[in-house]
Design a protein around this ligand. Structure first.
Ligand code: ADP
Length: 629
């Protein structure tokens, strides 16, 4: 008997398999089981149209056998089988070289990924086997053939004996090494759990002899063997919604996605049309511990006709909904599709678009019908929605704006933007917001005084990203956002405006003096339109607000390059201190200079910023106290 060489491409793939350092070698079982299932599918299909086959659905099965002594795993099916030529063509060459084409464009590091993510069919057996023996008999043929290979050196084919049509694959496991324990594949529990994990939803029974030990008598346990079906065969997402209870959905979620808390919502849908697929999505109730870290991987499980082909298909979820867990099962996708092909797959894009829409609708429904639940959702994942708007430079605004929530001055509750504008006063032009590290701190900000006095609601931006989000959004339903620290709040009446302009005119020189005394720390010193009881505050003129300056400067990448907001010092002309300043401008400019510094430091402190010279500041206050005392 002559040993035949593998075709060049197969040889390369085989080489990759044998030398794979990939830790998920276990997927070999999934690959062989799905091949067996495909082969059964073919004969089953034939049996539906050709009565001479004489088999019905219940006759088909995949059988697994473990033999510890000989270190073999046998996977047999009673499917369509292969004749000599097919055996030669199918196992001597790679049927689908898509994944290999993908591999060519990538360095070796990527090997790891293709094997794990997509599998590479039959050859994956060589990740765990030192010898693979295939016995097969094609349907309708009376001859059976044996194919055998130890790997790259080639393979042999010879005639053999075999009952009935179908294929039997015997894998002789490699010897255990320090890094890899191949013997584990000989343990029944390991095989049971691999079938559950990867092949639970194969539509034909996967059977195996399972040993059960009974300890009626502790010294003499009774072992009996039962042939059991390891897979459940009907995936929950293939069932009708009315057959399932909320508990069914929740149990499936907890088991499948390793959560201990039931999800807030599930979305089960069946779709036919441009894309045919079933999907089952979940909105978790709590933030995974690594969610806001770079270790978190988004994605949905992707099945092709009930066979898991990808554990985390990232392309199915936009970043802003990365918290969603679930799966998609489509018959439009081939089992051995590579990641690169997936990225360009039109079907997948259509599915992803539909999923995004239904997630959004589900969340809106929750917001409308179950406020408490929605607020729980928002405290777990609201930040991600905000990042979504910011990181997309506003592209995701339309999708996400109605889902946002902010704490507001209105009863201190969380509100949506929709609710805010529904309460806006007739004369109110803007959506006002104020930023700070906490609600309590924001409420103390002098800048909020006037807006609040007007009876206008204020959104409290306590997350670092909040103001960036509002800047990117610009407006909501044509109402612009405005910071309470903005230079011009446009709140004063015409008379107030005229009065202020006059006062500013009168004290112009003094304000300029204070500004130059502050030596470039502020761009302008002006009379405040917003202060009512407090003496001073800071406001910002440019695109970068004081709050944004704080956030940006706390990021490590800005450690060297400090970002500076263009600040203005605002003075309250109706505060008694203003009279003192005016007097000093005439009588004691040195003192006015000192006071300028004091006022500025106070404004910084109110804003939650640090002052350059705290000791000097304190000395000056004490000096003043001593003078007065
Ligand atoms: P793929 O399954 O993607 O086509 P594989 O390398 O897994 O690639 O298998 C190559 C071919 O070998 C299959 O397309 C099928 O024709 C044949 N084959 C593999 N396993 C079996 C089996 N158990 N029964 C019949 N044919 C099989």
């Amino acid at each position: 008997m002559q040993t035949k060489e593998f075709k060049a491409e197969s040889k390369r793939l085989l080489d990759m398999m044998i030398n794979s350092i990939y830790t998920h070698k276990e997927i070999f079982l999934r690959e062989l089981i799905s091949n067996a299932s495909d082969a059964i599918d073919k004969l089953y299909f034939k049996s539906l149209t050709d009565t001479s086959v004489g088999m019905s659905k219940g006759d088909f099965a995949i059988d697994l056998k473990l033999d510890k002594e000989n270190r073999t795993i046998t996977i047999s099916d009673n499917g369509i089988g292969m004749n000599e030529q097919e055996l030669e063509d199918n196992l001597g060459t790679i049927a689908n070289s898509g994944s290999l084409a993908f591999k060519k464009d990538n360095d070796l590091g990527e090997d790891v990924d293709i094997i794990g993510q997509f599998g590479v069919g039959f050859y994956s057996a060589f990740m765990v086997a030192k010898l693979v023996t295939v016995r097969t008999k094609a349907y309708g043929s009376d001859k059976a053939f044996k194919w055998e290979s130890e790997g790259v050196d080639g393979y042999t084919i010879e005639e053999c004996e075999k009952d009935g049509c179908g294929t039997e694959i015997v894998i002789t496991l490699k010897d255990d090494t320090e890094d890899e324990n191949y013997s584990r594949y000989l343990e029944q529990w390991e095989i049971q759990s691999l079938v559950k994990k990867y092949s639970d939803y194969i539509r034909f029974p996967i059977r195996m002899d399972v040993e059960h030990t009974h300890y009626h008598d502790a010294d003499d346990p009774e072992v009996h063997v039962e042939n059991e079906v390891l897979n459940s065969m009907v995936p929950i997402w293939k069932k009708n919604k009315n057959e399932l209870t909320e508990e069914d959905y929740n149990n499936f979620y907890i088991e499948k996605f390793n959560d201990y808390e039931a999800p807030l919502a599930y979305i089960h849908s069946k779709n036919e049309g441009v894309a045919t697929y079933d999907s089952l999505l979940y909105i978790p109730a709590r933030t995974p511990f690594d969610y806001y870290s770079k270790d978190y991987e988004k994605g949905l499980q992707l099945y092709s006709s009930g066979v898991l082909i990808m554990e985390k298909c990232a392309d199915l979820l936009p970043d802003h909904f990365s918290f969603v867990k679930g799966l998609v099962d489509s018959e439009d996708l081939s089992l051995n599709i590579s990641r690169e092909m997936l990225q360009h797959d039109r079907q997948l894009k259509i599915i992803a678009k539909n999923l995004e829409k239904s997630i959004k609708n589900e969340l809106l429904k929750m917001l409308k019908n179950n406020r408490e639940k929605y607020e729980k959702f928002f405290s777990a994942f609201g930040l991600q929605l905000k990042f979504g708007i910011y990181q997309s430079y506003g592209a995701a605004k339309d999708t996400l704006e109605d889902l946002l929530m902010f704490t507001s001055s209105f009863e201190g509750k969380k509100v949506t933007l929709e609710e805010y504008i529904s309460r806006m006063k007739d004369d109110q032009k803007y959506i006002y917001y104020a930023c700070g590290p906490s609600v309590a701190k924001i409420e103390q900000l002098p800048q909020t005084e006037l807006v609040r006095d007007k009876g206008y609601e204020i959104l409290y931006c306590t997350d670092d990203v909040d103001e960036f989000v509002l800047k990117v959004m610009i407006n909501y339903k044509e109402k612009q956002f405005k910071s309470v620290s903005d230079k011009d709040l446009e709140l004063e009446t015409d008379e107030e405006k005229a009065e202020l302009t006059k006062q500013a005119e009168d004290s112009k020189e003094m304000l300029e003096f204070i500004c130059s005394a502050l030596d470039g720390k502020v761009k302008e010193v002006r009379l405040s339109k917003r202060l009512k009881t407090h003496p001073v505050c800071l406001s910002s003129d440019g695109q970068v607000s004081i709050e944004m300056e704080k956030v940006l400067n706390s990021m490590p990448q800005n450690a060297e390059n400090h970002v500076n907001a263009e600040k203005a010092l605002e003075i309250n002309a109706s505060h008694p201190v203003f009279e003192t300043l005016k007097k000093l401008y005439v009588s004691d400019k040195d003192k006015l200079k000192k006071y300028s510094g004091l006022l500025y430091s106070q404004a910084l402190l109110i804003e939650g910023l640090s002052i350059d010279d705290p000791a000097g500041f304190s000395d000056m206050i004490c000096e003043l106290m001593a003078e007065i005392g």
